[in-house]
Design a protein around this ligand. Structure first.
Ligand code: GLA
Length: 413
């Protein structure tokens, strides 16, 4: 009897999954990695190095320039925030003392005072990807430190993982829960599991999980991620839902390499795929069109739709006559959809799209009206056999919300 009680007590903390009530819709925020990388050279580049100053300036911009109001609530520091060693006395994690002269808690308090939530970064292995202290062997202590500092999100990476990293991801989830503080938990599973990401583990323990390679500031990377999500080989888009989301990695909207159309394509498809929207851009210096795209209310409403069903690619032509694909995401109230048509061609021609409603997956007998998200242009009403005819530039996305025509509207017309 005694023994069974002991065994139960030992097993209990590891038998329930992560259930923290967070991420009912895909998370939104800002993350330092893609744009600011591991720049620790505050001496020569004081405005762009990973430091208290950078994070506080971003917090100011997020709060003052409308990003927070639009839903971007997490400000998340990535790799390279730490000192190279844990504290000698307690073995706890410490922020680099030169770049964070008042410690991390002071920065987090500042971020909170701006109405934002704070995200931090660790690794399930004994080192982060850039060689800073990892969480392995210290999971419980580190979860407690995060909670004490007021951390609201953890991105747990998977560099230098060692053999038991799967257990590490589970354990960190449970220790975060144990702190009693709601901490959004992002698991970078693909970084060590590659295409073998364990989606059961992901859904059970994490609020979001990376399932593909890192995005970089180049269209090629964005395109490959879209292809991976389009193929959806392991049916991971069906696994996503309130509480747990596939993470296609950061937005590079407003950075250096995407055309205006490509930026719309990334934003639009990220919204359809219901993948987190983490900007990684210098908000102190962003051009107006990128800013307006990040703040596009119609697009963000698709992303945050309360049904929480991720959209999918419904057809894909990779042929001789053109490369085109179409996406569909069910929206609330029932019957509405987000429709994405993506011209994947690289040749300069405008691609003719000529598709009936039913070919786009829209089958309501009363037909549909459509409103394009980037231009505000209205289309229809169309019966299900009527065609949408548009010309689409290369790497551009047509993104529209399709609403079924009501009986009343039918009678009037
Ligand atoms: C990995 C992650 C990136 C970033 C870096 C930091 O590559 O996938 O998102 O966190 O590590 O070193």
């Amino acid at each position: 009897m005694m023994w069974s009680v002991v065994i139960l007590c030992v097993l209990l903390p590891f038998t329930s999954g992560l259930d923290n009530g967070l991420a009912r819709t895909p998370p939104m925020g800002w993350m330092s990695w893609e744009r600011f990388r591991c720049n620790v050279d505050c001496k020569n580049d004081p405005d762009n190095c990973i430091s208290a100053k950078l994070l506080m300036q971003m917090a100011d911009r997020m709060a003052a320039d409308g990003y927070l109001d639009a839903g971007y609530e997490y400000l998340s520091v990535d790799d390279c925030w730490m000192a190279k060693e844990r504290s000698h006395l307690m073995g706890t994690l410490v922020a680099d003392p030169e770049r964070f002269p008042n410690g991390m808690k002071a920065v987090i308090d500042y971020v909170h005072s701006r109405g934002l939530k704070f995200g931090i970064y660790g690794s399930v292995g004994n080192k982060t990807c850039k060689g800073y202290p990892g969480n392995k062997y210290h999971m419980e202590r580190d979860a407690a430190t995060y909670a004490e500092w007021g951390v609201d999100m953890l991105k747990l990476d998977c560099c230098n993982p060692g053999p038991n990293f799967v257990t590490g991801f589970e354990q960190m989830g449970l220790y975060l829960n144990k702190t009693g503080r709601p901490i959004l938990y992002g698991c970078s599973l693909a970084i060590c599991m590659g295409p073998k990401v364990d989606y059961n583990l992901a859904k059970k323990y994490c609020n979001m999980w990376r399932n593909y390679e890192d995005v970089e500031d180049s269209w090629k990377y964005v395109f490959n991620i879209i292809e991976f999500y389009g193929k959806n080989d392991k049916k991971f888009l069906e696994i996503a839902g309130p509480g747990g989301w596939n993470d296609a990695d950061e937005l590079i909207v407003g950075d250096f390499s995407l055309s205006a159309g490509q930026q719309q394509t990334q934003m639009g498809l990220w919204a359809i795929m219901a993948t987190p929207l983490f900007m990684s851009v210098d908000l102190r210096n962003i051009d107006e069109s990128a800013k307006q795209l990040l703040l596009n209310k119609k697009l963000l409403a698709i992303h945050q739709d309360p049904l929480g069903i991720a959209g999918k690619r419904i057809w894909n032509i990779d042929g001789y006559t053109g490369r085109l694909e179409s996406w569909l995401r069910p929206l609330s109230p029932e019957g509405r959809y987000a429709v994405g048509i993506f011209n994947k061609n690289v040749g300069g021609l405008l691609q003719m799209v000529n598709r009936t409603m039913s070919q786009l997956g829209l089958t309501d007998e009363n037909g549909y009206t459509m409103k394009e998200v980037f231009t505000g242009i209205s289309y229809g009403p169309y019966k299900s056999s009527d065609s949408l005819v548009i010309l689409l530039p290369p790497s551009n996305l047509f993104l529209a919300v399709a609403t079924p025509v009501t009986e009343k509207e039918l009678i009037v017309s």
